[in-house]
Design a protein around this ligand. Structure first.
Ligand code: SF4
Length: 405
């Protein structure tokens, strides 16, 4: 059995057979996973310096040189690397007295930090499968982002206390600005206007407090509050839609979860995207007391000035591991990053590798290299390589850069 690292569900039941340059047969792989495995065969990187192909040794030597001589280096990415590679990355940041940050900085970090610090109650996805009778997808569309979420854990499966599954025993509620693919499958869908998440949460709190809601269709809102109250075990899965909408008002969501726990039992599992973002955040919390946005210059300093969005403007060199910030970040930040000396470790070609001064090809985690990762719910998953490769893992490349510095 193989583990798919296509998303943070880290499905462990994958069976796959290859023929030359393609997947011949695959079992249990969703369409997103198919694309992830198929990526083995296209757009692979080669070692390069200043756009010219070179040897791996020379690329590593040049990378070490750039990072060693940088005045204000930034180390970024990490969410698509194994725990072992992330650990070496944090040690490298300490050695360089660099800034270090990951993708959680501008996505699920706010919520994940609350979960990791015990400020929001959480549970495993196995608990959801076994016990949950209400699943709430809020600003999340797992049918596209985590295609096997509903079938493995949150809606369709039979669990130890949920033998009748979705037909009789589970409610699935989607709160979103549009009728997403998930909303079309679930039992209840509530459309909210963009930015309407706070008002929606406040309306549910008002009903739980015995007041009339001032938002949406009153009858439907009261019906939803009734579903929430009657639940034995509810799981809320917040996606980026909720995170971006609440930004500085996350306490409203915390209040709602607290009120729901006054009347029933509710847990929160943030819909982390990348396969090991949570792993990096857990390691950073253990190491520094914060999940991201750290500078190791003369000690440990946390703050938004160390986030990729701020640090990109001041850093003179940036090591990017398994990420494509030039595609993902706003243009102004991407432009600043592109102007710095970019060193990229990545198995596949991207806009960021195309702009990099140094590119170091790596093995694809879970396919060509093994390791451990943390699933979106905090469960640790080990994986072995399933295809032979001469490429080094992220961990091995980072170790060699460390040794060269
Ligand atoms: S749900 Fe995610 S981990 Fe599971 S097979 Fe699909 S992409 Fe891979």
């Amino acid at each position: 059995m193989a583990v798919c690292t296509g998303c943070s569900l880290l499905c462990e039941d994958i069976e796959v057979a290859l023929k030359t340059g393609a997947i011949e047969k695959a079992k249990n792989l969703c369409r997103k996973g198919q694309g992830h495995f198929q990526a083995l065969f296209s757009d692979r990187t080669v070692p390069s310096v200043e756009g010219g192909e070179t040897s791996l040794d020379q690329a590593i030597e040049k990378a070490a040189n750039i990072l060693m001589n940088a005045k204000d280096p930034l180390l970024y990415g990490w969410s698509n690397s194994s725990l072992e590679a992330q650990k070496v990355g944090i040690e490298l940041a300490k050695k360089l007295e660099a800034k270090i940050d990951d993708t959680s900085s501008f996505c699920q970090g706010q919520l994940l930090e609350r979960v990791l610090k015990g400020e929001l109650p959480s549970c495993t996805l196995d608990d959801v499968r076994n016990f949950a009778d209400v699943s709430v997808f809020w600003g999340a569309d797992p049918s596209n982002s985590h295609p096997r979420h509903l079938s493995r854990f949150s809606y369709y499966p039979r669990g130890s206390k949920r033998q009748k599954g979705y037909e009789e025993e589970r409610n699935c509620v989607v709160i979103d600005v549009r009728k997403s693919s998930t909303a079309k499958l679930c039992s209840d869908y509530f459309r909210i206007p963009p930015g309407g998440d706070a008002e929606f949460a406040e309306a549910i709190i008002a009903i739980l407090d015995g007041k009339m809601p001032r938002f949406g269709d009153k009858k439907r809102m009261i019906g939803l509050a009734s579903i929430f109250k009657k639940a034995d075990f509810g799981a809320i899965f917040p996606g980026l839609g909720l995170v971006y909408s609440l930004v500085q008002k996350m306490e409203i969501f915390e209040n709602l979860v607290a009120r729901l726990n006054d009347v029933s039992n509710y847990k929160v599992v943030p819909m982390v995207g990348h396969y090991n973002m949570r792993g990096f955040n857990e390691l950073m919390l253990d190491e520094t007391g914060y999940i991201n946005q750290i500078s190791f210059k003369n000690g440990v300093h946390h703050g938004s000035e160390n986030s990729v969005t701020m640090a990109a403007k001041s850093s003179d060199a940036c090591l990017v591991v398994g990420s494509d910030p030039l595609s993902a970040l706003p243009f102004v930040i991407a432009r600043s990053l592109a102007k710095s000396q970019l060193v990229v470790i990545d198995p596949r070609r991207s806009l960021t590798t195309d702009a990099a001064k140094v590119v170091i090809p790596s093995a694809m985690s879970g396919l060509e290299s093994g390791g451990k990762a943390v699933r979106m719910d905090g469960v640790r998953i080990s994986f072995e390589p399933i295809f032979e490769s001469n490429l080094l893992s992220d961990e091995e490349i980072l170790t060699r850069i460390m040794e060269a510095i």
